[in-house]
Design a protein around this ligand. Structure first.
Ligand code: ACO
Length: 428
């Protein structure tokens, strides 16, 4: 029976060490005992971008990039996208189990009745320029909410924590829609408590003079499916930001504003916008082979292809492709889809992409759907932030309850100058 340990010999000293292995990992702090002498700080690992470091244990989301598997709390993403709603999935992610009928009704009621924003937040939004990016507004308003709910800083109180979580899940669509309306100079539309979570969001985005907004059920469902697909994705850049900021024990509004800021970047929540730009630039199906050749020669990337973790078809991309067909039945076919399908067809047969395991990721088709639903490009990162809110908050709550966690504080390898004396201006 092999031992669950790692034997290390330090060739600098000739000393050997036995390091325990648990769940396929060693503790980085176990390496600290490996020292050249009493003055030595001890051995560290150097891992920029956390390429091979587990920063936490987590029971929320399972991802196997080689096999193209994504599960929330054990449930395959395909089954949730087929059968669940965003609000039910949010409950599952947050509490760990699917709700029964009463729990779901209560949850639905609670979220629906926390959708309103304090009127002062409206005035805060009015202060933004007419062309302010909705994501910049979203981040600012989420951060500002901490001043409306100062009790949110009592993060050790479980009931209080849950109240803030409900508030955030409920209010992010309202903030998102208000930001969009501001960018168009349109009057804001208040939440309608009779509507579903995605239906109310579409209402706040698009209602004009009609007394009651009625969204198309197919589009409403498509949006709900996209929300399910984006609800969590384990330790990605923005989730890591949420946990790192939250580890200082700040309130969840401030931490979530930081997570949303991380999402704003083009390498994370901004990739679907880049896909749309690329499709416009290609212009027609006939130009696809020439574009692929350019990419293969190292001139640009095929946006929406490839993923740090998925080395197989992103399971979310498969679902989105099906959703696109349903949406286009209603909206008419987005002409960009033909270019996207041709790109995918050629790329999946081409050895350059096959040998590098480059497959469509979640962003390859989502932008085309959003565009067909008349959701503008600047709203794409905001549309990502709305459903990811439950993921961020669940990961935050898990972090707070984890006795292994402390304030996040990586080490560094110092490469700067040795100690030196301050030089007066005249001697520099
Ligand atoms: N088009 C062309 N070639 C690519 C692409 C692409 N989209 N992605 C990777 N490659 C190539 C690289 O040039 C490299 O080739 P080489 O070995 O000959 O040098 C090889 O594939 C490996 O690429 P890396 O950059 O090392 O892969 P990494 O895991 O670091 O990058 C990333 C992943 C950033 C997603 C990358 O695939 C990419 O830039 N894709 C396009 C942008 C995109 O769609 N991002 C959205 C990701 S999903 C999300 O965040 C929600």
């Amino acid at each position: 029976m092999p031992a669950d340990t790692l034997s290390i010999t330090d060739n600098r000293t000739g000393k050997s060490y036995e390091i325990p292995i648990s769940q396929g990992a060693i503790k980085a702090t176990d390496l600290r005992q490996i020292r050249t002498d009493a003055e030595d700080f001890g051995l560290m690992t150097y891992d920029p971008a956390f390429m091979n470091t587990a920063s936490t244990r987590s029971a929320i989301t399972y991802l196997d990039g080689d096999r193209g598997i994504l599960r929330y709390r054990g449930y395959p993403i395909e089954q949730l996208a087929e059968n669940s709603t965003y609000l039910e999935t949010a409950y599952l992610i947050l509490f760990g189990e699917l709700p029964n009928a009463q729990q779901l009704a209560d949850w639905d009621f609670e979220i629906t009745h926390h959708t309103f924003l304090h009127e002062n937040t409206k005035r805060l939004m009015e202060a933004f320029r007419y062309d302010a990016h909705p994501m910049g507004m979203f981040i600012s308003v989420v951060a500002a909410l901490s001043t409306f709910y100062p009790e949110a800083s009592q993060i050790g109180d479980a009931d209080n924590r849950l109240l803030q979580i409900k508030r955030l899940i409920a209010k992010v669509p309202t903030i998102a829609a208000f930001s969009y309306r501001h960018s168009l100079g349109r009057p804001i539309v208040y939440p309608d408590n009779d509507l579903s979570f995605p239906g109310n969001f579409l209402n706040m985005m698009f209602r004009m003079a009609e007394a009651k907004y009625q969204s198309n059920p197919v589009l409403e469902r498509a949006l709900d499916v996209l929300f399910i697909l984006h609800a969590d994705h384990e330790q990605n850049c923005s989730t890591n930001a949420m946990r790192a900021i939250g580890s200082s024990q700040v309130d969840p509004y401030s931490a979530l504003a930081g997570a949303a800021a991380a999402l704003y970047g083009p390498l994370h929540g901004g990739a679907n916008e880049a896909v749309l730009r690329m499709l416009h630039q290609i212009g027609s199906k006939a130009n696809v082979p020439a574009f692929i050749d350019k990419v293969k020669q190292g001139d640009g990337r095929l946006m929406g292809f490839g993923h740090r973790v998925y080395k197989n078809y992103d399971p979310r991309a498969k679902i989105i492709k099906r959703t696109a067909d349903e949406v286009f039945e209603i909206t008419g076919r987005n002409p960009l889809l033909d270019i996207a399908l041709e790109l995918e067809r050629i790329a999946l047969e081409d050895d350059y992409f096959v040998s590098r395991k480059l497959y469509p990721n979640v962003d390859f088709y989502s932008g085309i759907i959003y565009q067909a639903m008349k959701l503008p490009t600047s709203m794409f990162p905001v549309l990502f932030a709305i459903p990811r809110t439950v993921g961020w908050l669940t990961q935050w709550a898990e972090m707070l309850a984890d006795p292994d966690q402390k304030i996040a504080r990586p080490r560094q390898i110092y490469t700067g100058p040795e100690a030196r004396d301050y030089l007066p201006m005249g001697k520099r």
